[in-house]
Design a binder for this molecule. Structure first.
Ligand code: PHB
Length: 396
């Protein structure tokens, strides 16, 4: 695998002598010296989700800097691999991180298909893994494990509340459109569950291969079908293109567009007026008016020169969760029982608002109803409070 490389930030964290020791292949732990841990990022740094992987990484490093570049007193070494959001490469990539690089902690990943291939391996090896985005429901249902945590959301969680929103807006007939993989299908599934239970009808479900972004023919179909509304999950580069193409096909302002908030996160700067009026549900909004969110947005902007988004928040919270766990064991990653107990009990002070983990290790969190107005995300209200994934099939 060619993707592994040391990040520039690793050198900054390790400092000269420590970095030299690691390069020379010396042990990472020495009697009398502070504990050391090795964290492996397995994230997309190329392709349609590249910006998501970069925002997660940069916000994690921002939190590290706030923590004095240590976790519970442990010095931290980083490696990272570009997983390309490619499920066929996932087993090789995670095997390299866990068995060859011997990382103590995996932070990964964004894509649900990739995370589902990683999970059986990290469960088997017992490597602490924190999922900073991928929503695959199974991760905190059938595949849940003592060493597997998620700081983001389950796909069900972010979408189920939107069924009622669309019904309340008076729309009964909806076309669904997304990519044909676990996240796409589960996001549409979460929406469909509440929408049809309330009397809504799915007129058509359109699924494109990931990461195909040739939307035009499908938008022509939608125009012909004339549904009351469209519900879409795309993200990253694909979402940006979808929103633009939707407007170019003449559908913007004609057929209301809804989706999980991933559709508009991180793309508003690039789509101009085309996103006006899109309504979404999500566990975060940049518009949240709490002191930590204001501080976080400013700090991320000044560290990276980019605007923060939900993906950055999830990366930031991943470092906070890991820090809370390692503080409880003075940086001793081998004290697994106490480490996991502290992570399970942690209150995570997040830019999204303080949250706790469910028994299945998934956040219990409010889901906001948002609308794009004047090029900005705007909060209309809380669509559902304290939403907890049902965690079906998890017995932790
Ligand atoms: C996923 O594959 O689980 C996924 C990807 C991008 C998002 C959200 C979820 O924005």
């Amino acid at each position: 695998m060619s993707g592994i490389r040391f990040t520039p930030s690793r050198r900054a964290v390790l400092g000269g002598a420590a970095a030299a020791a690691t390069m020379a292949g010396l042990p990472r732990f020495a009697i009398g010296s502070p504990p050391r841990i090795k964290v492996g990022f397995m994230l997309p740094y190329s392709g349609t989700y590249a910006k998501l992987g970069n925002n997660i990484t940069d916000a994690f490093m921002l939190r590290m800097a706030e923590l004095g570049d240590t976790l519970g007193g442990a010095e931290v070494e980083f490696v990272r691999v570009d997983d390309e959001s490619a499920p066929p490469k996932a087993v090789d990539n995670i095997t390299e991180l866990v068995l060859k690089e011997e990382v103590d902690v995996v932070v990964g990943t964004v894509h649900s298909g990739v995370v589902q291939a990683m999970a059986p391996i990290v469960r088997e090896e017992g490597t602490l893994t924190i999922v900073p985005n991928a929503g695959a429901n199974r991760i905190t249902r059938e595949l849940c494990a003592p060493n597997l945590f998620r700081t983001s959301f389950s796909s069900w969680q972010a979408n189920y509340p939107c069924g009622d929103v669309v019904l309340k807006d008076g729309h009964k007939k909806v076309v669904l459109i997304s990519w044909n993989y676990a996240a796409g299908k589960e996001m549409l599934g979460g929406f469909t569950e509440s929408f049809t239970a309330g009397g809504g009808e799915i007129v058509k479900e359109i699924l494109l291969d990931f990461p195909n972004d040739e939307f035009q023919a499908y938008l022509t179909d939608i125009a012909a079908l004339q549904p009351d509304a469209v519900y879409a999950f795309f993200s990253g580069g694909g979402a940006l293109k979808f929103i633009k193409d939707y407007a170019a096909a003449g559908l913007h302002g004609q057929i209301p567009l809804y989706g999980p908030g991933f559709l508009t996160e991180g793309v508003l700067g690039g789509v101009g007026d085309a996103a006006e009026g899109i309504k979404t549900t999500l566990h975060y909004s940049v518009a949240l008016d709490n002191p930590l969110n204001l501080k976080f947005r400013e700090a991320f902007q000044s560290a990276t020169g980019r605007e923060s988004d939900v993906f950055a928040v999830q990366g930031y919270d991943t470092a906070t969760l890991l820090a809370k766990g390692l503080e409880a064991v003075q940086g001793d990653i081998s004290a697994k029982r106490d480490l996991y107990a502290a992570m399970e009990a942690a209150e995570i002070e997040s830019p999204r608002g303080t949250f706790r983990m469910s028994k299945a290790h998934n956040p219990i969190q409010d889901i906001y109803l948002r609308e794009v107005r004047n090029g900005q995300d705007h909060i209309l209200g809380v669509a559902a409070e304290d939403v907890e994934d049902p965690a079906t099939g998890c017995s932790l």
